[in-house]
Design a protein around this ligand. Structure first.
Ligand SMILES: [Zn+2]
Length: 299
């Protein structure tokens, strides 16, 4: 290749469409934390990845963003040594920060599992706030879908996958590693912040709180709980977060009864006790809007 062509290609890469995405992830490191038994949590950017690592190979819960696939692979290889084949991936829901690596890992032999609604949403255009999201490429679509749940028997334990309805989305799955005593809660747990409730994708605030209560009941006193966003916690952490979200929702409902709109609620300090939860992606105003937009209960 001539120097001229090389310079041209280098220039193209700098201005090409891939550049901004690659660059956004250039400084991201993948950090791993042992949960218990065979299960690890991997943190980078976007949703937390869960990994069962053992003699049968690797099962992942979610796979973050595509530009991080190589770094994730390297970290898994470091943890797994010779048993480093990624065999199965469970998507906890359709969002791109949890499914972005699907095509990459499927391309090297992983089989992708999800609740049926996740596949349907990955196949069609979606929208989060004002942002339209293109359908995922066919290589990213889950190969195996389920409605209520399924179990893997892998790395010496049962790994139980259970669908919880109308919470963060309409396709949420929670993954419980029975022997290791670990739960990956997907985006039904944003440890330390208000959660996104994807109401366009069938999520509901009331359903979200019900789902979190179910996860609390699935957990025992020693269970490690991986959060989709934020650090891992335990049953008490999840219970305390659930209690605070429930109180915040009740305060918003009470303020609506008094005739206050979203901004007036914030001006009146309705969420003043919850300011620490509103420092991230979901601001207090967005959370108020989720609660006000919630459809009436189905029951
Ligand atoms: Zn999500």
């Amino acid at each position: 290749m001539s120097a001229g062509v090389r310079i041209f290609l280098a220039g193209f890469l700098l201005v090409g469409p891939a550049h901004s995405a690659e660059d956004r992830f250039a400084g991201v490191e993948i950090r791993s934390e042992k949960m218990a038994g065979s299960v690890w949590a991997l943190y980078g950017r976007g949703g937390t990845i869960g990994a069962s690592i053992g003699e049968d190979g690797i099962l992942l819960v979610d796979d973050s963003y595509a530009p991080l696939s190589d770094k994730i692979r390297r970290e898994l290889a470091r943890l797994a040594g010779a048993n480093g084949k990624i065999r199965f991936i469970v998507n906890t829901h359709w969002h791109g920060d949890h499914t972005g690596g699907n095509a990459d890992f499927a391309g090297t032999g992983a089989t992708i599992f999800s609740q049926s609604n996740v596949r349907r949403r990955l196949m069609t255009e979606q929208q989060i706030f004002e942002r339209k999201i293109d359908p995922a490429p066919a290589a990213a679509w889950p190969i195996v879908t389920f409605d209520q749940g399924l179990s893997f028997h892998f790395n010496g334990e049962e790994i139980r996958v259970r669908h919880l309805p109308r919470g963060h989305t309409d396709g949420d799955a929670v993954v419980q590693f029975i022997g290791s005593d670990v739960i990956h809660a997907g985006d039904l747990f944003w440890n330390g912040s208000f959660p996104l409730v994807d109401q366009r994708a069938g999520g509901q605030v009331a359903g979200f709180l019900d789902d979190v209560q179910q996860i609390i009941e699935m957990a025992g006193p020693e269970t490690r709980i991986v959060a989709g966003h934020g650090p891992a916690g335990d049953r008490e952490t999840l219970r305390a977060w659930h209690r605070r979200l429930t109180a915040a929702v009740a305060a918003i409902h009470a303020a609506r009864q008094r005739g206050l709109g979203p901004q007036a609620m914030l001006d009146a300090g309705v969420l003043a006790d919850f300011a620490d939860l509103g420092q991230g992606y979901i601001t207090p105003l967005r959370f108020v809007e989720f609660v006000l937009q919630d459809p009436p209960p189905v029951e």
